[in-house]
Design a protein around this ligand. Sequence first.
Ligand SMILES: NC(=O)c1ccc[n+]([C@@H]2O[C@H](COP(=O)([O-])OP(=O)(O)OC[C@H]3O[C@@H](n4cnc5c(N)ncnc54)[C@H](O)[C@@H]3O)[C@@H](O)[C@H]2O)c1
Length: 458
Amino acid sequence: MFRKTILCIGAGYVGGPTMAVIAKHCPEYKVVVVDINPKRIAQWQSDKLPIYEPGLDEVVFATRNRNLFFSTDVDSHIESSDIIFVSVNTPTKTFGQGAGKAADLQYWEKTARQILKNSSTGKIVVEKSTLPVRTAAAMERILNSNEKGIHFDVLSNPEFLAEGTAIADLESPDRILVGARNTDSGQNALEQIVEIYAHWTPREKIITSNVWSSELSKLVANAFLAQRVSSINTISALCEKTNADIEEVSRAIGMDSRIGPKFLKAGVGFGGSCFKKDILNLAYIAETYGLTEVSRYWEQVVEINSYQQDRFVRIIVNSMFNTVAGKKIALFGFAFKADTGDTRESPAISIAQSLMDERAVLSIYDPKASEGITPELVDYEGRFSVEHSPVSAADGAHAIIIATDWAEFRDYDYSAIFEKMEKPAFIFDGRNILDHQKLYEIGFSVHRIGRPPLSRLA
Ligand SMILES: NC(=O)c1ccc[n+]([C@@H]2O[C@H](COP(=O)([O-])OP(=O)(O)OC[C@H]3O[C@@H](n4cnc5c(N)ncnc54)[C@H](O)[C@@H]3O)[C@@H](O)[C@H]2O)c1
């Protein structure tokens, strides 16, 4: 017999790992994860989970069918739960008012109505998805304008995990944030959520706030992280013009304790499903409150990200004698970062598309994201191949492009790869992760971000 039942609606990159870790540390709670996508649920129930995350398999396999359950039956599980985390997707709106910027809250609102329809008792509803500030107010209005006489508390508990390190981040978070109303019922609900995390997180790391601060903090955290990436990338462009070296500049500024060393790695820009959508959402919210300058400031972070990718493609084409038409180019990495199979908003997508627009023929290799490649490039069918080894990707290629910071890319036998390539052979390291001097000595012309090229051509 379980003490309480926790339900999570949405079995994605956040819902699955988060609930698995809660189930692991709270064996007295029953944790059920539901989704409208039957394929995803079947994968969560199988030996091959729908997402790749280091350490995820162990946690899920240890808890599944003990106190962690996956189901497509959303309605009946709503009724039997005490606490409902909502972790459905909140993409950018593609239509109507705010198209291209605002959050599309249709999945969110449908979920609220579904919770209401299937509840005969009041429940705690927790926003786990990233949402515009003040969404909880709308949720409360929908949920509490009922004729059943039941009351719902809506709390905000944004997720700060990063893909690729999700389990480590969940096991040992920098902080847990829970926002609630300052009412007796709101504070009681807040205590119940804090109690869950207190099973494994030191109390001082669990911080509480009002609902609006909590909702806004998640958007701001992502905006600040992305802004650091764009900031260092603007400086990489300046380094290339002045022979300064971005790695040296990053190290020098990162040792300033007021700045800190993280997120100062220049590269082809940020990707993933969150940064762009959350910044645009923040900018849109500012705009709707008439804060035009604030909105423009944050929009620039996204513009610089596109600029950096365009700039990288220009460097590739210019270095390869101003044409890549008909040339085979190997793209190493398609996931938006290392240690994930997630390709959403990956910089590799726009780089691949721009090169294929220039008529290059791509052979793409990624250790974990092969399945995501073809769906992201549907309009380019026949102009690229998905390879299952780096050697076959580079065979006969004129150039290798590093688009993802997978550690294994450092360890390849580049002498053997060089032998099989067309000459002159180029490497464009969009993540600055390889041993450039060694590659140069093998015979490659090496181009990197924010550092002088090691070019074998006059
Ligand atoms: N991915 C991340 O790294 C990350 C980190 C922190 C926060 N977030 C936020 O968490 C939220 C979820 O992100 P994600 O990456 O897990 O998304 P996701 O697309 O991987 O998963 C969302 C899931 O919700 C399901 N869903 C949608 N509507 C539903 C409904 N009405 N009933 C049941 N299931 C439904 C979808 O089928 C999907 O499986 C987003 O708001 C995102 O911004 C994501």
